[in-house]
Design a protein. Structure first.
Ligand code: ADP
Ligand code: ADP
Lengths: 143, 115, 143, 115
């Protein structure tokens, strides 16, 4: 990954729109990235950051969330790192596939499934000290 | 980015014209507005999303919550004016099937007068 | 100053628009900030970041530029920090006041004078290890 | 954000319709375009800035450089279509006096036909 930008924000919901603005700007630096993929990344990163902010709910406000964004030749990588309590992604309650009417009995639990659909790659590293979600979107080779 | 909410009453429906983004920061404001209207007995609600360019999963939760709340009081919640990114998002999550009902403008909803 | 956001970017001109997007987003978090003042800050920070990028021209690309942005009750503070060679702001060549026709014989040297006009406060700390420019814009008391 | 440059020829003037931002990243592209046109003998240049929402001091430098270059070849450089933030910026730096000449559209410039 080419060295990119690093953004640190307080764990507050009001900073979400700023994070999205940064991701859109960063992805837009490469003209080969299509608008639809920028939209995908915008939503996926927003979901990851929302979870990170929630995970900080019981921490002091000094603990900030770090978003790293790097543009490579063939990919955009965004990493969202929190200092929350961590979780086990394997043990998430199965709430049924997206896109099924019964799914709507739940008002939550859309975040990670959405990230999986939107990103080309996703990796979740979680431990007691915090969670890092890495999202990758491929850039088509410029012809 | 904030969420703007303009309320209008039209043919027995409450129309909430929304502008901005619906996420964890702004969702609670929309949820509250819906809750208050249903408390007031206004259970038929249309959300005009033509000015909304972003809805995340928290926003979806608010929409689903609003749908359940209005229906359980004998009303309904409809979404109109979806922009392309929102249509995509609604499709991905299966929400399009129950929320938008192919309606394109508030006027397309039964009970709405064309004026 | 309330703890705000921190942004690190590579010292490349292509990141200027991202820095501006961040400043506009951050300033927009407080609805009391007028659009004109956001424009002022956008330009002032862009000028400071442009100088920082120039100052890095001879450094390795690992050395990044840091932009800190904080919203207080009555002010927005933005700090642009580089690791360039530093300079003495007192010794800048006098190129005449802005807004005089003779001024136009120079194609450069607008940056710092513009920052002084646009910001309500400006402080430049420069040493051999780098330069930090702090820009402050006041927020009118919300009535 | 990029800088888009569309070139048109009109009544002996070269019109460069610009869109985007003019800063250290995009300024060199504009400078080069102006240099090339003057080399080609096109020394009367209009910059239509109605699609430009940001110009920084580097951008100003490019405009001043273009002004000097065209004039030294017997031509001129004019800026039209300034948006409010740009007007402010031009006023602050005294550039309005020599660059924009109160012109609002390319048509207002002498030598331009109204069609
Ligand atoms: N960064 C995180 N830190 C701790 N727990 C997390 C994190 N991200 C997700 N989780 C856990 O995974 C669950 C599912 O997340 P998600 O699919 O995004 O849906 P939702 O956030 O709506 O519950 C969350 O409820 C939470 O318990
Ligand atoms: N961050 C910085 N590091 C080193 N030198 C600087 C820095 N900022 C400004 N300078 C010096 O001050 C001069 C004047 O800066 P400025 O007024 O912004 O005009 P310009 O950048 O167009 O020359 C620059 O040419 C440079 O020599």
């Amino acid at each position: 990954m080419t060295k990119g930008i690093t953004l640190e924000i307080p764990a507050k919901a009001e900073y979400l729109s700023l994070v999205r603005a940064v991701v859109v700007s960063a992805a837009g630096l490469d003209p080969a990235v299509e608008d639809q993929r920028i939209e995908d990344l915008r939503l996926a990163v927003s979901e990851a950051t929302t979870n990170a902010i929630r995970a900080h709910a019981n921490l002091g406000s000094d603990e900030r969330i770090t978003i790293r964004c790097g543009l490579g030749d063939d990919r955009i990588e965004v990493e969202v790192q929190d200092r929350g309590p961590g979780f086990n992604p394997e043990e998430l309650k199965e709430v049924g596939p997206l896109n099924e009417p019964e799914r709507l009995q739940y008002e939550g639990g859309f975040g990670i499934p959405l990230m999986r659909v939107l990103a080309d790659e996703i990796q979740i590293d979680s431990a007691d000290e915090g969670t890092t979600v890495q999202l990758v979107v491929y850039i088509p080779p410029s012809s | 980015m904030m969420l703007g909410i303009t309320q209008k009453d039209k043919d027995g429906w409450v129309v909430l014209e929304l502008s901005g983004e619906i996420d964890m920061a702004t969702g609670p404001k929309l949820r509250q507005t819906i809750v208050h209207r249903v408390q007031d007995g206004d259970t038929k609600i249309v959300l005009d999303l033509s000015g909304v360019d972003f809805v995340d999963s928290t926003g979806l939760g608010v929409l689903i919550g609003g749908l359940k709340r209005t229906r359980s009081h004998g009303g309904d919640l409809r979404c109109v004016g979806l922009t392309e990114p929102l249509k995509e998002m609604f499709k991905l999550t299966g929400l399009d099937a129950i929320l938008s009902k192919e309606n394109k403008t508030p006027e397309d909803i039964e009970g709405f007068s064309h004026d």
